[in-house]
Write a protein that binds this ligand. Sequence first.
Ligand code: PRP
Ligand code: URA
Length: 242
Amino acid sequence: KETQYATTKDVVETYERKTQSLKATLSVEVPFENVHVLPQTPQLIALLSIIRNKTTDRADFIFYSNRIIRLLVEEGLNHLPVIEHAITTPVGRAYNGLMFQGKICGVSIMRAGEAMEQGLRDCCRSVRIGKILIQRDEDTAQPKLFYDKLPDDIADRWVMLLDPMFATGGSAIMAVQVLKAKGVPEDRILFLNLIASPEGINNFVKKFPRLKVVTAFIDEGLDEKNYIVPGLGDFGDRFYTM
Ligand code: PRP
Ligand code: URA
């Protein structure tokens, strides 16, 4: 008798049934075609559960954040343009493949965004990386721009904008304004992010409808201090100093 393998749909449905009975919270869904939420696989939810947990120590926080960042970068690369690329294999056969077209660079929103640089470097060897230092005021949550240093030819590149936390959206909006002022068209920016709030996504999409967002998870919302809830606390503190 032939073995019956589960199809992808079966696997997803089984997982959905399991998560319903296990009560794992999955990402909020939003109706914007430029916002891509990573597939809510058991692996991703388990990784997020580790970094969200307040008892996770810094070494584990870094290790498991890096695993999610890698998934985000790999998904982000799917949104870059490709062209046809025919090659010949060692057994002399032709293969019709694809190759990336165009130059890219990373831009991290400091401090927390710098934590995503290694994940990008691991996938794109010797990628150029620019920096924008924006800090959110702790009382008002308003972003303040301190500094930017970007590749001279950034206007000719695709930009992977990096920041793990997307709360009110103020910092990311300010960073995109810096990039646009340097001549980067909106539709050549990809914002990679670990946890977003629906408020941040809405504010961002209203301002930049052609810019793509790739996020691992959209949470419930924001608390009275404009922290993402349930969230994971202060990403920068947990990654660098706690
Ligand atoms: C955090 C985070 C984002 C911003 C998100 O950075 O990394 O940049 O807040 O909040 P928003 O969407 O409401 O602007 P923060 O300014 O706290 O600095 P840090 O990177 O040094 O932790
Ligand atoms: N910055 C963080 O690190 N976490 C939040 O929840 C909001 C802003």
